[in-house]
Design a protein around this ligand. Structure first.
Ligand code: SF4
Length: 322
């Protein structure tokens, strides 16, 4: 637990009911990296209910990364921690919610300069979006949020690859509630208006400045210009596979190769040995993890800039839209 955050350690009765209704005998469990250590705790509870349990130990960073192969050994897969990114047979999503104390939002008020705001958050806090909106309205603000989308099924929810809930709300500025600043920078780049980030765990508040990230991205594009060869990466993960995009990018310059990879790691790219890569998998790999990779890893939009079919002034953050 952290400041104002409450974490549940028991399986919800809702989930137990869904598993029971499925008629499953063997249940596979999949956890994102941050929750993997809870696997034995949840397995224990299911075993007491009479189920056989198997665990997916593969890396997992989102609901875009379902371990569908494990369904060969199980009747049902329970994916913990994330809201659905697409519907699949025999998969139950169990999002992980963390309740925040809306009173802690008082700290944010001095950092907001407009009376017309919208709020966005990650799935952990999305069920509280109406309570959060109500808090700001009771403080005299006009406050709203954006609608759900196919990849973000909760109102006000954003993902590191989908910012639709932040767009077109008519607000003058946005408050992002969640840990880290990556989503907040994404919201800023996707909307162009002032974004303030509030971390409900640490209490930290920052007005987002995307200029440092843009400088890094500009330098990556320039470095990629001198690459002898370029690979366009396609992920084979369930919710990251953007073959059509890869084909479109390839058609812009057939000098590139298309490479299929499941786990895009520094070692995998080092062994392939290309001078630069274009990432059509999880957008965060290019932006967030760039220092780990041995060669520039460009977003699709950055590759278009490199090829001269997009101007730097038209820079956009990469989003997976479907
Ligand atoms: Fe998260 Fe990346 Fe998956 Fe989007 S593609 S849900 S940002 S891990």
């Amino acid at each position: 637990t952290g400041d104002g955050v409450c974490v549940s350690l028991t399986l919800s009765s809702d989930l137990l009911e869904k598993i029971k209704r499925s008629g499953a005998e063997t249940v596979a469990l999949q956890f994102p990296e941050g929750l993997k250590r809870k696997a034995s705790l949840f397995s224990e509870q299911l075993k007491k209910e009479g189920y056989r349990v198997i665990i997916s130990g593969n890396p997992c960073w989102g609901a875009c990364d379902l371990d569908l192969e494990i369904l060969g050994q199980a009747d049902i897969l329970v994916h913990f921690g994330h809201a659905p990114v697409g519907e699949y047979d025999r998969v139950i999503y169990e999002p992980y919610f963390q309740e925040i104390d809306t009173g802690s939002l008082n700290k944010v008020l001095p950092h907001i300069s407009s009376g017309n705001i919208s709020v966005v958050t990650t799935v952990q806090h999305a069920p509280q979006i109406d309570e959060i909106i109500e808090f700001f309205r009771s403080e005299g603000y006009s406050c709203t949020t954006g609608e759900a989308s196919e990849r973000t099924p909760y109102r006000g929810q954003v993902l590191g690859c989908t910012y639709s809930a932040a767009k077109n709300t008519g607000a003058d500025e946005i408050l992002y509630i969640g840990t880290g600043v990556f989503h907040a920078i994404g919201v800023k780049l996707a909307t162009g208006i002032k974004v303030t980030a509030f971390d409900p765990v640490t209490g930290e508040i920052q007005v987002i400045d995307e200029s440092k990230m843009l400088r890094v991205r500009f330098a990556k594009i320039e470095k990629a210009r001198s690459a002898d060869n370029i690979a366009i990466i396609v992920s084979t993960k369930s919710g990251q596979r953007r073959e059509d995009l890869a084909e479109r990018l390839w058609s812009l310059s057939k000098r590139a190769d298309i490479v299929y990879i499941k786990e895009i790691t520094p070692d995998a790219l080092l062994n392939l040995g290309y001078g630069a890569y274009v990432n059509t998998a999880c957008p965060r790999l290019a932006y967030d993890d760039n220092v780990r990779f041995p060669a520039p890893l460009l977003s699709p939009e950055e590759y278009e800039i490199l090829l001269g079919v997009r101007e730097w002034e038209d820079y956009e953050i990469d989003e997976i839209v479907r």
